[in-house]
Design a protein around this ligand. Sequence first.
Ligand code: HEC
Ligand code: HEC
Length: 311
Amino acid sequence: MISLPASVFIVVFTAINIVACLWLMWWTARTRVPAADASDRTTVDGSGKTGHVWDGDLEELNNPLPRWWLGLFIVTVVFGAAYLTFYPGLGNFAGTSGWSSVGAYEEQVARQRASFDAQLASLKGRSLQELANNGNAMAMAKNLFGANCAGCHGSDARGAKGFPNLTDKDWLWGGDEQRLLETIAQGRHGMMPALGSVLGDSGVNEVASYVLSLSGGKAPADWVSAGQQRFQTLCVGCHGADAKGNSMLGAPNLTDDVWLHGGDFDSVRATVTNGRDNQMPAHQDLLGDMKVRLLAAYVLGLNEPQAHAAN
Ligand code: HEC
Ligand code: HEC
């Protein structure tokens, strides 16, 4: 058996339909056979006689179709035939105009991209501060943030457990322009070592109590003072003697009651016992210089409410 592509059936079926329409037009437009009695213009009934009447007084007149109706009919048939010649519609025949929905979509995307790139190029050489104050630039940055960053940091950039809030001026890695650009372009890897085996259970309790006391948390006084001693030997290298952190290592400030991994006793215990391994992916290769700059300006702006007037 020969198997034909489905489109052949569609072409044949469509062609039959068009021919049938033309035939119907011809058939309805041809002159009527005059009735025996020329003054009787009613339709013929089943037995071939005119004077077809229903319900006593309903007559069906045998008039030809009005000219305007026929005219419209012809126009639609011609339109349909022309449409199927120029545009894709007849099976897999692509049409002579070369138009396609995929082509139209791609053209639109290319136009969009070109205009985005042109806008990006026009912002070259601006400082981050200028970008942050430019409504147009920040509208683009907001889209970029939504597409590249919101999945982890949230669409409002307020973060979640393990993903830092970018709007609170509390920085793991520093919030000045240079540090922000580095963070976004190259990524960051925050490593808190697991110290459970070094400290033992009671050691972890003590040090966690001390950490919580730094931001006003209540804890047994003897645990706090024992914890402070342990902190001075084990933790200050990264978190600093004042426990205010070190942005070179991404070690957070432990005194400000802002928590990346949770600030209740059990969460702090878990952090100290098992450590934390947290990664911000690099975006330089994905986004390129200009988009990284836009995003750094956007993050800066999030921390300076007046810069976001345009949003
Ligand atoms: C796959 C998840 C993920 C994506 C995507 C992501 N980030 Fe991050 N980002 C993180 C994590 C996790 C950290 C925290 C790293 C750490 O703990 O040291 C972070 C840290 C940061 C920091 C440093 C915050 C601080 O306090 O110093 C900035 C700034 C930042 N991200 C901006 C962005 C921007 C802008 C984008 C979009 C281009 C982005 N991030 C995309 C996960 C992500
Ligand atoms: C080698 C450096 C290093 C040492 C030593 C270290 N930390 Fe950390 N700590 C970090 C880093 C880096 C992070 C951030 C991890 C991240 O990005 O998710 C962190 C995170 C934490 C957090 C989580 C803070 C939050 O916001 O959720 C706590 C609590 C903590 N450390 C306590 C301690 C204590 C207590 C000690 C000593 C017993 C200690 N750290 C020793 C580097 C260190």
